[in-house]
Design a protein around this ligand. Structure first.
Ligand code: GLY
Length: 354
């Protein structure tokens, strides 16, 4: 019997046990289960993927200054979106297979439970800001492609070429070395640009940031250029509410980075928040979700030991004031800023590299 079938059976048993032991709770029951600080005494904090130390710092400062929780986390990730050196987000993000940068982002505002998102948007460097306008200035939640671009232009966003020289060179080398059945030929190793030499794989990156203020209000944002060299039009998990991020202001939030397809098939952020509602700690909820993803992973994506070969991480913030990062593979870090300063903390992991 294949390893994956065993894992799947185990998962079904685990899920059945979980379902039996974790009834859906009313809001009042969930509140009873979770010890929480009094309004005004919640620990102010921002957490992020490991690339977000600056983001959490900026978000934290804005939270302390009394700014809206969503404005704070968006301002945080704007640092990354504006940074041409970051090849996973906004300006400078790696392009699709045709060399065109397409960005995805979603925002969710805990106090109002409203959300906005854009997917496969081109030529606009701050998709997170556009996502917020979808939330506040339309009756919709998600705009895609040309429609999202026109909406951003209508709101005065500047149209620009997001493909930096660095990203273009990495994409070109990927294209040149893709196949020996076409007419593209890579340069000899001796002539390889140092910018390119560092990126032989298909780098993926994203930034998620969530923040809590002293009243316990929580908001979050996820923004990305998605899977590098993707098929044009591919949309990952980041702009999908419940996958790339989710917040229930009474319970907590979850957001993700990593293989979007695995998250989309399991709607992990929503599921993780629901597990926290049932009384699980952020760490237990995150690890349970990673096990669920593993159990649902098809054989072609598993290694010889039945472990998913891809990376997937979640960042969870609980209304009780606790937080965690969890990762399919370790070692892995995530960023935090709170009263103890800005730092990287270790993620809890499902597997460690051999
Ligand atoms: N998690 C980012 C993506 O898959 O697009």
């Amino acid at each position: 019997m294949k390893e994956n079938s065993v894992s799947r059976r185990k998962f079904l048993l685990t899920s059945a046990a979980l379902a039996a032991s974790v009834p859906l709770l009313t809001k009042a029951q969930a509140l009873d289960k979770m010890a929480r600080p009094a309004k005004g005494n919640f620990p102010v904090k921002a957490i992020s993927s490991a690339n977000g130390e600056k983001a959490t710092k900026r978000a934290y400062e804005m939270l302390l200054a009394g700014k809206d929780t969503l404005d704070a986390v968006i301002a945080g990730v704007n640092i990354q979106e504006d940074d041409p050196k970051d090849i996973s987000v906004g300006l400078g993000g790696l392009p699709n297979e045709n060399g065109v940068v397409e960005l995805d982002s979603a925002v969710m505002h805990g106090p109002s439970h409203k959300a906005g998102a854009v997917a496969a948007i081109q030529k606009i460097r701050n998709p997170s800001k556009v996502a917020k306008l979808v939330m506040t200035q339309t009756d919709h939640v998600l705009l895609v492609g040309e429609g999202a671009f026109r909406f951003a232009r209508a709101h005065g966003f500047q149209e620009e070429n997001l493909l930096t020289e660095k990203a273009r060179k990495i994409w070109l080398y990927w294209k040149q070395s893709l196949s020996n059945k076409d007419d593209w030929v890579p340069p000899p190793d001796s002539e390889l640009d140092p910018d390119v030499a560092k990126f032989f794989g298909r780098p993926a990156g994203t930034i998620h940031c969530s923040g809590m203020n002293a009243n316990g209000d929580i908001s979050c944002v996820t923004t990305t250029s998605g899977l590098s060299f993707k098929i044009p039009g591919r949309v990952g998990d980041s702009p999908i509410i419940g996958a790339g991020l989710y917040v229930d202001n009474e319970i907590g939030s979850c957001g993700s980075t990593g293989r979007g397809e695995a998250n989309l098939q399991n709607l992990c952020s929503f599921a993780a928040v629901e597990l926290m509602r049932s009384g699980m700690s952020p760490k237990d909820a995150g690890i349970e979700i990673l096990k669920r993803v593993k159990a649902h992973t098809e054989n072609r994506l598993l290694d010889e030991k039945g472990r998913p070969e891809f990376g997937l991480r979640f960042y969870l913030l609980s209304k009780d004031g606790s937080h965690t990062g969890v990762s399919m593979w370790g070692p892995a870090k995530f960023a935090v800023t709170d009263k103890n300063g800005t730092r990287l903390e270790d993620c809890a992991t499902l597997f460690e590299k051999d």
